[in-house]
Design a protein around this ligand. Structure first.
Ligand SMILES: [Fe+2]
Length: 214
């Protein structure tokens, strides 16, 4: 995609040249998968510690397997369960907007599988051509049991020009190292899950025919 800012290729040489692809998640199984993910989300202790808009990480594979049998079976069929590193839960409260950012994990997690959980209607992942901000990152990430450092880079929002958007109500692979944020046009608290797989972007050309919709 030609609209991706040129500096992104310099920072992340293996970053894909696309922004999103609808994921090959079976629509018959999606309601059960969403319920499973919600059951993890609602037992994360202290999940609003950093405020009402948050990114919570769950990387305990036992918790994921115990709560999400349908999801894990689906990921197994897609041949990506073994690469699952963690599930992030992105809560967006209308009173506290989600900042534009680059996830910034060069070589590790450059794409994500996002799955809607609660109130994801009228909600979009939006990408921008924009400069990196000089401000420090915001401390909005924690794991289920321990704090970890936030490695996201913030974006100079005044420089941002939208280059694409996709509904956050549809399971999708998204490019997380191009400046992006989440935009909601309703006043409900929105929860989405974002699944991260070690190094999967490097296998995209080989595996995308099973992972994404044609
Ligand atoms: Fe992100």
């Amino acid at each position: 995609m030609t609209n991706i800012p040129a500096y992104i290729k310099d920072l992340f040489p293996t970053n894909p040249d696309w922004l999103y692809h609808p994921a090959a998640i079976d629509s018959n199984r999606l309601p059960a998968i969403r319920q499973e993910l919600a059951s993890i989300y609602h037992q994360i202790p202290d999940r609003h510690k950093w405020g009402s808009t948050t990114f919570n990480m769950v990387d305990d594979q036992k918790i994921i397997q115990d709560h999400c049998p349908v999801l894990c079976e689906h990921l197994q069929q897609m041949k990506i369960l073994n690469w699952l590193s963690f599930i992030g839960f992105i809560t967006v409260n209308p009173e506290m907007k989600f900042p534009m950012h680059i996830d910034n994990n060069p070589g590790e997690f450059e794409i994500a599988l996002n799955i809607p959980v609660e109130n994801c209607h009228d909600s979009y992942t939006v990408w921008y051509n924009a400069e990196i901000s000089k401000k420090s990152p915001v401390p909005y990430i924690k794991t289920i049991d321990a704090e970890v450092e936030n490695t996201a880079m913030l974006i100079d929002e005044a420089s941002a020009v939208e280059i694409g958007r996709f509904s956050a109500d549809v399971p999708a692979w998204i490019n997380i190292n191009v400046p992006h944020n989440l935009v909601c046009s309703h006043d409900l608290i929105r929860v989405g899950a974002t699944l991260r797989f070690d190094g999967l972007h490097r296998l995209w050309d080989k595996g995308s025919h099973i992972w994404s919709q044609k």
